[in-house]
Design a protein around this ligand. Structure first.
Ligand SMILES: NC(=O)c1ccc[n+]([C@@H]2O[C@H](COP(=O)([O-])OP(=O)(O)OC[C@H]3O[C@@H](n4cnc5c(N)ncnc54)[C@H](O)[C@@H]3O)[C@@H](O)[C@H]2O)c1
Length: 383
């Protein structure tokens, strides 16, 4: 069987996500494995066209990875008939304009989240893409983490009985940048540049909750800027104007209450950088990036509150590890493969620009909830 090329413009490949997760771990990894096998026995071969603002950086990346096709001219790249897909991993604030151009050029769209900084823009993009008849997808990498895949398996198996609540803890200390460089780009801490943990993380929490447990109906949030002064990549001090922590409560269908803390100003005392505890009538689970542990109802210990006696129970040791029973590829690559199969052979695909818009909606309402100090309903989007 033959091989079909698919031209993919990758914009933002000089960034953290664009380079490592999307170009190296996904697109080039697919090529290293001989391309993407399709159901008819043929192979889809991604041909990346690297796009960015810096010639020097693009040339360097291309040379290091044996690539030759790169340009700083996005309109020219989008005008090429051998390009079918536009992918965006630029800073959030640059995304909408580029996606609009790509849709106008008739390209299929795959993009990092959040799809836009405002709900209005996100809806406009989804409508524009639908009207143009192009296919569209948004990165939902957390669903592909081994720990969350095991959690999804538990949900499907009926392990929990009735799910009651979800509590999530995400975060770690992001250095301020004075005597130790920050490990995240500085734009994340400036509101005017599209930063903020609510806009960054609520879209993730939204698709995780929606796909694992059901529609999210309300949000109550308190966002905070705990660290008000940081130092950028050049060592210059700046005011951190964006939220760096968010304490959110989400109500789902079926009375499920999810409470998720997100923070770049917290020190880790957990097994993993994100953990979700799910409590159900028949059992509970704690899932992280890789691991998932369970405690069924019939094996639940019976602690008794007695402040006078030090507890002898080792609560964490009373949980059982869920086995892998599977191999888990890189999550970004797994989703790329799904999206490319959707483009090439119409395989079903859930995370479109509408799902992306719902994520932006929850972020926007979360910030409003924080400003106004109240719980907000999440209305259905009007297509
Ligand atoms: N899915 C995930 O888990 C995940 C994780 C982190 C970031 N992201 C998203 O990926 C996107 C990129 O994040 P990152 O951490 O890779 O950022 P980064 O700062 O490392 O990279 C940003 C990229 O955008 C380009 N860019 C275009 N216009 C720019 C401008 N005006 N100013 C600065 N850079 C500009 C940069 O050259 C660079 O290639 C963001 O939208 C972010 O929300 C997703």
């Amino acid at each position: 069987m033959g091989r079909t090329n698919i031209g993919i413009v990758l914009n933002g490949v000089t960034g953290r996500m664009g380079l490592r997760q999307h170009l190296l771990r996904s697109v080039l990894a697919i090529r290293q494995d001989g391309g993407l096998p399709l159901s008819d026995g043929s192979v889809l071969w991604p041909e990346p066209v690297l796009v960015g603002r810096s010639e020097a950086k693009l040339r360097d990346i291309a040379e290091r990875h044996g690539l030759t096709d790169w340009t700083t001219d996005l309109p020219a790249a989008l005008a090429r008939p051998d390009v079918q897909v536009y992918f965006d991993a630029q800073v959030t604030s640059a995304r909408v304009k580029a996606l609009q151009m790509a849709i106008d050029a008739g390209k299929h769209i795959y993009t990092e989240k959040p799809v836009a900084e405002t709900l209005e823009q996100a809806i406009d993009l989804a409508r524009l893409a639908d009207a143009a008849g192009v296919k569209h997808g948004v990165v939902q990498d957390k669903l592909y983490l081994p720990g969350l895949r095991k959690l999804a398996r538990l949900v499907r198996s009926g392990f929990f009985g009735q799910v009651l609540s979800v509590r999530g803890e995400f975060g770690y200390w992001v250095f301020e940048g004075d005597w130790q460089a920050a490990q995240r780009p500085s734009w994340n801490y400036r509101a005017a540049d599209g930063g903020g943990i609510v806009l960054d993380m609520f879209p993730h929490w939204h698709y995780v909750l929606e796909q694992l447990f059901g529609p999210v109906r309300t949000v109550t949030a308190r966002a905070a800027t705990h660290i008000e002064k940081r130092w950028d990549e050049e060592g210059a001090a700046y005011d951190a104007t964006a939220d760096d922590a968010a304490y959110g409560i989400f109500e789902l269908d079926g009375g499920i209450i999810a409470q998720i803390n997100s923070s770049w100003a917290v020190r880790v005392n957990r097994e993993e950088l994100v953990e979700f505890q799910v409590d159900g009538t028949q059992g509970s689970a704690v899932a992280g990036l890789h691991h998932c542990r369970i405690q069924p109802r019939a094996a639940t210990p019976k602690p008794v509150w007695d402040p006078d006696v030090p507890t002898t129970q080792r609560f964490r040791e009373q949980w059982q590890e869920v086995p892998d029973n599977d191999t888990f590829p890189n999550g970004f690559r797994a989703q790329w493969e799904q999206f490319l199969r959707y483009v090439a052979e119409d395989e079903p695909y859930a995370g479109d620009l509408w799902a992306g818009a719902r994520g932006v909606q929850v972020a926007e309402l979360g910030l409003r909830s924080s400003r106004e100090g109240r719980r907000l309903e999440i209305p259905e989007l009007d297509r």
